[in-house]
Design a protein around this ligand. Structure first.
Ligand code: ADP
Ligand code: MG
Length: 329
C-alpha cells in the first residue's frame, strides 16, 4: 500500500507547483474567499496553503488521507457532471506519501480545531488546537523519501517561477477569491477578490498589460465566452500569457489557441502571439475533463460550434479595433 501510494503520487505530484495546484484547488472547492500560498526554497523545503473555507470535520480527517477517498463524488453518475475541481481523492494521499505534512483545520460548527501530522503517508500525531475556521496545510521536505524524484527537480528559482505561474492562473480563474502569494517571507502578489476580472488582471500583471486587451463578452444559449485578448498592436513574443478556463477550471487547449491565433495571423508579424485570458462556460456534459490525472487537458465534444462562435466574436472585435474604447479598470 505504501509503495503503491508512492508510485501513484508521481502522477499527481510531479513537483512543488503540482502540490500548490492541488492544495489551492481543494481550498477553492471548500468555498474559500481568501487563500494564502506561502513557499520557501522553491517549495522544496516548505509550502503552506491557508484558506477560510468550510474546514474538515474531525471524523473526516483520517478519511481525507486515504487514496481514492473524496467527499465530492457520491454516485457514479456524478462523474459525468463534475463541478468541483477535485474528484479523484488522490491529492492528499499522494502528497502526504512523499512529504512531511501538517494539517490544521476547523469547521464553523466546531469550537476547537484539529492538527494532524502525517509522515510518509502515516498519521503520526492528532490533537486539538485553537484556530480560525478553515484549513491550513503545510508540506515540508517534498520527496524526502523518494530521492530519485527529488533529484529531478529544477533550481529553487525555476521551481518558484512554476509556482508563481500556477498561483497566477488560479487567481485569474477565481476573481471572487482574494489570493496572496508569499515567497521567502515577501508578499509577491495579492488580488482583490472583488469578483472583477480586469482588476484581478491588473493586480497580477499591471496596468499596461490590462490596457492592452480587448474585452470579449458573448452569452449564448448553452455557451458563454468571456475574457480578454490582445489588441493586434499589443501582441507578445511568446505564449506565456495565454490562459483558458472552462467552467472555472484551468485547461490547456491547442484547439483554442489555434482558433484564436489563426485570426491574428494575417494581422501581426511572425513569431508574435496574442495574450489570451478566456473564460468559457459550457454544460459539463459537453466536455471531457477525465483525460489526464492532473486534469489539465480537455476534450470538447462539439468543436465545430465552439470554433464558429469563437472565430466570429474574435473577428468582430479585431475588425473594430479602432472603434472599441479601452477597457475600464
Ligand atoms: P479530492 O479533491 O479529489 O476530493 P483530495 O485528496 O484533494 O481529493 O482531498 C480529499 C478530501 O479532503 C476532499 O474530498 C475534501 O473533503 C477534503 N479536503 C481537502 N482539502 C480541503 C480544504 N482545504 N478544505 C476542506 N476540505 C478539504
Ligand atoms: Mg483535491
Amino acid at each position: 500500500e505504501e509503495t503503491i501510494n508512492k508510485i501513484s503520487a508521481g502522477e499527481v505530484v510531479e513537483r512543488p507547483a503540482s502540490v500548490v495546484k492541488e492544495l489551492v484547488e481543494n481550498s477553492i472547492d471548500a468555498g474559500s474567499t481568501s487563500i494564502t500560498v506561502e513557499i520557501k526554497k522553491g517549495g522544496k523545503k516548505y509550502i503552506r496553503v491557508t484558506d477560510n473555507g468550510i474546514g474538515i470535520e474531525k471524523n473526516d480527517i483520517n478519511i481525507a488521507f486515504l487514496r481514492h477517498s473524496t467527499s465530492k463524488i457520491n454516485k457514479a453518475e456524478d462523474l459525468d457532471n463534475i463541478t468541483s475541481l477535485g474528484f479523484r481523492g488522490e491529492a492528499l494521499s499522494s502528497i502526504s506519501a512523499v512529504s512531511q505534512l501538517q494539517l490544521i483545520t476547523k469547521t464553523t460548527n466546531s469550537v476547537v480545531g484539529n492538527q494532524v501530522m502525517v509522515m510518509g503517508g502515516k498519521i503520526v500525531e492528532n490533537k486539538e488546537v485553537g484556530c480560525p475556521q478553515g484549513t491550513t496545510i503545510i508540506v515540508k521536505n517534498l520527496f524526502y523519501n523518494t530521492p530519485a524524484r527529488k533529484k529531478f527537480l529544477k533550481s529553487d528559482s525555476v521551481e518558484s517561477s512554476y509556482i508563481s505561474d500556477i498561483v497566477n492562473k488560479l487567481a485569474l480563474g477565481n476573481p471572487n477569491i482574494s489570493f496572496k502569494f508569499i515567497k521567502n517571507n515577501k508578499l509577491i502578489m495579492k488580488t482583490p477578490g472583488n469578483n472583477n476580472r480586469i482588476s484581478t488582471i491588473y493586480s497580477i500583471f499591471g496596468k499596461e498589460f490590462a490596457n492592452s486587451l480587448f474585452k470579449l463578452d458573448y452569452i449564448g444559449e448553452n455557451l458563454k465566452i468571456q475574457g480578454f485578448i490582445s489588441k493586434p498592436s499589443y501582441t507578445r513574443g511568446n505564449r506565456n500569457h495565454q490562459y483558458f478556463y472552462i467552467n472555472g477550471r484551468i485547461v490547456k487547449s491547442d484547439f483554442l489557441t489555434k482558433t484564436i491565433e489563426k485570426i491574428y495571423k494575417p494581422l501581426i508579424p511572425n513569431n508574435r502571439f496574442p495574450a489570451i485570458i478566456l473564460y468559457i462556460d459550457i454544460p459539463p456534459r459537453e466536455i471531457d475533463v477525465n483525460v489526464h490525472p492532473t486534469k489539465i487537458e480537455i476534450r470538447f465534444k462539439n468543436k465545430k460550434t465552439l470554433d464558429n462562435v469563437l472565430t466570429s466574436i474574435v473577428e468582430e472585435l479585431i475588425n473594430k479595433e479602432n472603434l472599441i474604447p479601452e477597457v475600464d479598470i
